[in-house]
Design a protein. Structure first.
Lengths: 342, 243
């Protein structure tokens, strides 16, 4: 278990990470999410002991990193943002060296290196000089390095950066696979990755935790609202009237005129998805042609954007509901303005 | 720690680096060797090395920073230091491993330079005790120089700057003797004696001429140890204040 308690890091007077606390349970995959410069790498560097914290503690399996660094470092495999590979070395030679550095007994080194290479599918480049490898391969060599010494915890700082889509998929499935016998904390600013791999997310912005929860909970907090996007042809007031007349439609939040004359896209808040059928039927009956209809779900993306773009810094996850209300109000105001314009 | 040491030594020989510097070193050594041979009195043919060693003392100043400049600066530049910062190894072990690796490479260069005494042996007589003493002085002086070079490398993230700083630092250390002998410093006997105590040139000269003294040996070894401790502090400090 990794426990992070009130971790703070100042660079001079500038706070990079302010008083963050969270816990990662065994065999858990925790996504550490935040925009660039949010303090992700700083936090990870502190968890791995590369960087001492200004205050606060990191406990790894009950051992304090500041007091027992060697013990803790043995438990952790770290892939930093830039893979720490020596360009003049060959892949295999580098991994054997890294294994030695991590104190893997001589008799096990070869086996572990081979395992790691197989897992990252870099066995066929093992004799090549790292400096001549592409960025994706270098990233994978760095990843293989983190697996050496069979650490209980894996800290991965943006492990999929620089990989092509196929490799990204491979790395994601590797992370899922590794989760069986490792605890993983990985940082990213790519949302799809979090949704694909983690159970729980910590969202951080400007050095503070903005939310910490499971993905499902985070989504459900904002996804009480279901929206339909309807592109329909016809006079705007008539179409709006028809849409409002259908049972279960709560509101029309936005009307955006299309390039095509007489066509508008309506964002409609509804109670249930099943309203689509009567809604289309009503529109067709009223002679309004429906060109497109789709369900728009609130996703983690919404949560992320709201949490990380908000400038207030109280760091409370419970702000979510309020944020949602704010957003609704904004949309209503925009709609009013538009209607006034019409 | 041994893994790091091995990797460091290897990285010198995997790149043309060590070879080119060895070649340069041998060239410099041979120049002063040839000069003293051509100056030699043909009636005795007893070859002494003090002059050769003494000349090389100054050439060192330009060679050793080239050898040490990459040790820490390069790691910082290419962000590879996270590898050993996150590994279960202490900073002093890293410093020692890197230091010993440079010392090893340098020792190998010195072994290559044995070719000159061997030639001298074959064609004449060499005063062996003087030769051993000269080499001992060489090694001791290089211990200090390498430590200073590595320190300069730990202070910056540019290998070129590290080399320049290293050269500057070594010139100051090497010429401390001459400074202490200037009239200005001589007028302050206390300052002069302190400077003289810290100066390395006269100690090296003693070794080069065949005087082996324990106090000088202790001086060189402890000075290197102090500089090494300083490197550890520099790295730890940077770790704390990095931003």
């Amino acid at each position: 278990m990794v426990e992070i308690r009130n971790l703070t890091k100042y660079y001079g007077n500038h706070p990079a990470v302010k008083d963050i606390s969270f816990t990662v349970g065994d065999h858990e995959v925790l996504g550490f999410l935040g925009p660039n410069g949010a303090g992700k790498s700083t936090t990870m560097n502190m968890i791995t002991g590369c960087l001492p914290s200004t205050s606060g503690t990191v406990l790894v399996d009950g051992h304090d990193i500041a007091k027992e660094p060697i013990k803790v470092k043995r438990l952790i495999g770290y892939l930093p943002e830039l893979p720490p590979v020596y360009p003049e070395m060959r892949v295999r030679e580098y991994l054997l060296f890294a294994a030695g550095l991590k104190g893997v007994p001589r008799s096990e080194r070869k086996k572990q290196v081979e395992d790691a290479m197989r897992r990252l599918s870099i066995t066929d480049v093992q004799k090549r000089v790292i400096g001549n490898l592409s960025k994706g391969y270098r990233q994978r060599v760095g990843f293989a390095q983190a697996l050496l010494g069979s650490p209980k915890f894996l800290i991965l700082d943006e492990p999929t950066v620089g990989l092509d889509p196929k490799q990204v998929m491979e790395v994601r499935s590797l992370i899922k696979d590794l989760a069986h016998d490792h605890t993983i904390i990985f940082s990213t600013h790519i949302l799809a990755e979090v949704t694909a791999v983690c159970e729980r997310v910590v969202i951080i912005n400007k050095g503070q935790i903005r939310a910490e929860d499971t993905i499902r909970n985070l989504e459900s907090r904002v996804s009480g609202v279901i929206r339909l996007c309807i592109k329909a042809e016809g006079e705007m007031t008539k179409v709006s009237g028809v849409i409002r007349s259908v049972d279960g439609v709560q509101d029309i939040e936005e009307v955006v005129p299309d390039d095509e004359p007489g066509v508008c896209t309506y964002t409609v808040r509804v109670a249930e998805e099943s309203i689509r059928k009567p809604l289309v039927a009503a529109l067709v009956a009223a002679d309004c042609m429906v060109l497109e209809i789709s369900v728009k779900r609130s996703s983690l993306e919404d949560v992320f954007v709201r949490l990380t773009s908000s400038s207030s810094a109280s760091g409370e996850a419970d702000e979510l509901a309020e944020i949602r209300r704010e957003l609704d109000a904004e949309r209503r105001a925009a709609k009013d303005r538009k209607e006034d314009g019409n | 720690m041994f893994a790091l040491y091995k990797k460091e030594v290897r990285s010198y020989f995997c790149t043309p680096f060590a070879y080119i510097i060895s070649a340069l070193f041998l060239m410099v050594f041979s120049l002063s060797f040839i000069r003293s041979i051509s100056d030699m009195d043909s009636s005795t043919l007893r070859f002494q090395f003090p002059a050769v060693f003494y000349n090389n003392f100054f050439y060192f100043i330009f060679l050793i920073p080239l050898l040490t400049m990459r040790t820490f600066a390069e790691e910082r530049k290419s962000h590879t230091e996270t590898l050993w910062l996150s590994a279960p190894i202490r900073v002093w072990q890293v410093v020692l491993a890197k230091y010993l690796a440079v010392v090893t490479v340098f020792a190998l260069m010195l072994v290559l330079s044995l070719i000159y005494p061997i030639i001298a042996y074959v064609k004449g007589t060499v005063i062996t005790s003087g030769l051993i003493c000269g080499y001992a002085g060489f090694i001791l002086w290089s211990l200090v120089c390498i430590a200073v070079g590595v320190l300069c490398s730990a202070l910056t993230d540019s290998p070129i700057l590290a080399a320049v700083f290293g050269e500057a630092a070594m010139i100051i250390i090497a010429f401390l003797d001459s400074f202490s002998q200037t009239q200005l410093i001589q007028s302050m006997p206390k300052v002069s004696s302190v400077m003289l105590w810290f100066s390395t040139q006269h100690r090296f000269a003693a070794f080069a001429q065949g005087f082996f003294s324990i106090s000088d040996l202790v001086f060189f070894v402890s000075l290197s140890a102090v500089v090494l401790a300083w490197i550890v502090i520099v790295i730890e400090k940077r770790r704390w204040s990095r931003g």
